[in-house]
Design a protein around this ligand. Structure first.
Ligand SMILES: Cc1ncc(COP(=O)(O)O)c(C=O)c1O
Length: 415
């Protein structure tokens, strides 16, 4: 066990890394900011901020539509960003990478377009009990529109998906499975390789919501054999308003466009429109150009640190914080999966999470409170909400010590 005051071992130079994130040296409510809400949105390193700012200062032009130099140069840069993302996910082709607004839009795209093409009345869609609302609502809509049925993989008390129950749900009626890689509320890392294999044994394609995973783990969509994999740029230290949908070429080619308009076409007459090839078929309108370029910079930054090093360090933060939190008698951690990432949800007997969060905020400590867009998880545990702390590689053991002291103080004040 690590003693308070000691530092955690890491191959990363955390002090130096923190200097890359301007916001981490700021104060909130007169106290140095302790940012424990990276699962909600991660902070941005200077290289990302600079790339966005440089775009507007020196490169601003539209992509894919101009003969002038600026437009051509930025088109090259934007397409290079797509290739960076392709390599990061080890996708087979750049055109299997679709730029979206974020994970939510990626899931809506698949639900809408895949649903339109492949789902009929009486078909079944499987999701899990621990999904973010963004991976529930789009499927509920498809079910409503098509007369399909939503099935839900249950989880156990530790917050782990019950794979034997998943196997029982799979049938010839199952048309698609959609589950998250990592739960934003419980921190559970789901065994997605096994889940994908089970779906494929049933000849069912699967979407993995990787919104919480890409900042903690390397993802290889080909070795996983994922049919769709999506995430948001802002949780991977990139800009807000940009995200990614990876899809296998064979599905993306067959699926109809999600939104239509400028950029998505080859020819338009009033009689007939012929749509563009991938990826433009799915990218209607002017995209978030600075966002795509900034996201590629974020990926390069994370890869310089090394996702294995990041995961190892974050695990030590998780382990230390879990031990310290468990020392507080009235406190109960929600989500005790064997395989967890650096997200901890907890409740304190008799106290409202919002009150705890408000006091911590006065101490400069940013935590998330509420249902975290996962009301079915709250229903499972019979609670209204939790306090959630989520760590990134720029957090430290000293910050955890300050947080624990602040939490004890908050509990004393509120009891
Ligand atoms: C697991 C998961 N899926 C989807 C989302 C939605 O992401 P966004 O709001 O960036 O679209 C989130 C956001 O918290 C998430 O944690």
């Amino acid at each position: 066990m690590t003693a308070p005051g000691a530092t955690l071992k890491s191959s990363l130079d955390i002090k130096k890394i923190r200097e890359d994130f301007p916001i981490l040296s700021s104060e909130v409510n007169g106290k140095p900011l302790i940012y424990f809400d990276s699962a909600s949105t991660a902070q941005k390193p200077k290289v990302v901020i600079d790339s966005v700012s440089n775009f507007y200062k020196y490169q601003n032009a539209n992509v894919h539509r101009g003969v002038h130099t600026l437009s051509q140069e930025i088109t090259v840069a934007y397409e290079k960003a797509r290739v960076t993302i392709q390599h990061h996910l080890n996708a087979a082709h750049p055109h299997e990478i679709i730029f979206t607004k974020g994970a939510t839009e990626s899931i809506n795209l698949v639900a809408h377009s895949f649903g339109k093409k492949y789902i009929q009345e009486g078909d079944e869609i499987i999701i899990s009990e621990m999904e973010h609302h963004s991976n529930i609502l789009p499927w509920q809509q498809v079910c409503e529109e098509k007369g399909a049925i939503l099935k839900v993989i249950p989880m156990n008390e530790a917050g782990e998906l019950m794979l034997d129950e998943f196997e029982k749900l799979l049938s010839p009626k199952t048309k698609i499975v959609a589950v998250n890689h990592i739960s934003n509320t419980l921190g559970t890392i789901n065994p997605i390789k096994a889940i994908i294999e089970l779906a494929h044994r049933n000849h069912t394609p699967i979407l993995i919501d990787g919104a919480q995973a890409v900042s903690h783990t390397l993802v290889d969509v080909q070795s996983l054999d994922a049919d769709f994999y999506c995430f948001s740029g802002h949780k991977l230290f990139g800009p807000t308003g940009v995200g990614v949908l990876y899809g296998k070429e064979k599905y993306l080619n067959e699926m109809p466009p999600y939104q239509v308009g400028g950029g998505t076409i080859k020819t338009v007459t009033f009689k007939k429109t012929e749509y563009a090839d991938l990826p433009l078929k799915f990218e209607a309108g002017t995209p978030h150009i600075a966002g795509g370029i900034g996201l590629a910079e974020a990926i390069k930054y994370v890869n310089l640190l090394g996702l294995e090093n990041i995961a190892a360090y974050e695990n030590s933060l998780l382990e230390y914080a879990t031990i310290e939190l468990n020392k507080i008698e009235e406190l109960r951690i929600i989500g005790n999966a064997k395989n967890k990432t650096s997200v901890i949800s907890f409740v304190v007997e008799g106290l409202h999470p919002f009150d705890i969060g408000t006091i911590l905020d006065q101490l400069g400590i940013a935590v998330r409170t509420g249902h975290h867009c996962t009301q079915p998880i709250m229903q499972h545990y019979g609670i209204q909400g939790t306090v959630r702390v989520s760590f990134a590689f720029y957090n430290t053991k000293d910050e955890i010590d300050t947080f624990i002291k602040g939490l004890e103080r908050a509990i004393k004040m509120l009891k």
